[in-house]
Design a protein. Structure first.
Length: 266
């Protein structure tokens, strides 16, 4: 489970780059009940998505030319500069050099050697999001990749993640569970999986991370996705020992997963 003590290598922040901030805020507000709060009157194109007054994510205007609308996952690091050097040594690319965020923290963005984009956050006054692992908040992160072994080596070099492989039922492939270094299995925060090229179509065939958001009622949440202009790629369906889930895409093409955990999970 993801918690808000944000151990090194655990997800601590996420934000959405959208071509139309207002339209994205409206969509996710209708689906999850989130409210958008601009960072400032002068910076109205970036702000926070809040649930019951607590920050669950960030939302900003997509500015990178040719980029697709997508969720960016930030992993906690005690030293963004050191992580940046480790990314370079391990064959990754630095997309955004380490930079300060008004004292709230220090961030950098990267691309892994297979093409998956991710980021890190070095906490300052802002440690990360305010709430996780519940309805309407981040509960898991996943990497779909072209080379699972290479991804495990790369991210292992950066964060020293512990991984545990499990075979999916019905010959669905191998899923690698991720736990921060030195923490027990209860602190698993995500997984990575090698998938066929057609699964990577949303990212133009490149690997990508996506968030899993909790829901008290997966079917009802998915119905709101569809009725507000989003699409459903898969589900809702039951996954043994996991819960009921669906893969969804928002109006601008950013994908995410909705999950109602099985009893005793999450």
């Amino acid at each position: 489970m993801i918690t808000t003590d944000f151990a090194t290598g655990s997800p601590c922040w996420l934000d959405l780059g959208a071509p139309d901030v207002r339209a994205a805020a409206e969509f996710y507000g209708s689906v999850f009940g989130w409210e958008f709060q601009a960072f400032s009157p002068e910076a109205a194109d970036y702000g926070y998505l809040k649930l019951d007054g607590r920050t669950v994510a960030g939302l900003g205007r997509l500015t990178e030319e040719g980029a697709r609308s997508a969720w960016m996952i930030y992993f906690c690091t005690p030293d963004a500069d050191a992580t940046t050097e480790a990314v370079r040594r391990s064959g990754g690319t630095v997309r955004v050099d380490p930079m300060d965020a008004d004292g709230e923290g220090r961030m950098a963005q990267y691309t892994d050697p297979q093409g998956g984009q991710f980021a890190v956050w070095q906490p300052g006054t802002t440690k990360g999001v305010d709430t996780v692992d519940g309805p309407g908040s981040l509960s898991w992160v996943e990497l779909y990749t072209t080379d699972a072994a290479a991804a495990k080596e790369f991210y292992g070099n950066l964060f020293d993640w512990q991984t545990q492989d499990m075979e999916l039922p019905g010959g669905g492939g191998t899923y690698s569970l991720i736990t921060p270094a030195g923490l027990p299995e209860e602190r698993m925060h995500g997984g990575l999986m090698q998938v066929p090229s057609e699964v990577l179509a949303p990212a133009g065939g490149k690997p990508y991370w996506h968030p899993v958001f909790g829901s008290a009622d997966c079917d009802a949440t998915v119905a709101r996705v569809a009725s507000n202009g989003g699409t459903v790629q898969m589900g809702p369906e039951d996954a043994e020992g996991v819960g009921r889930l669906a893969v969804c895409v928002d109006r601008a093409g950013a994908d995410f997963v909705v999950l109602t955990p099985a009893s005793g999970q999450g």
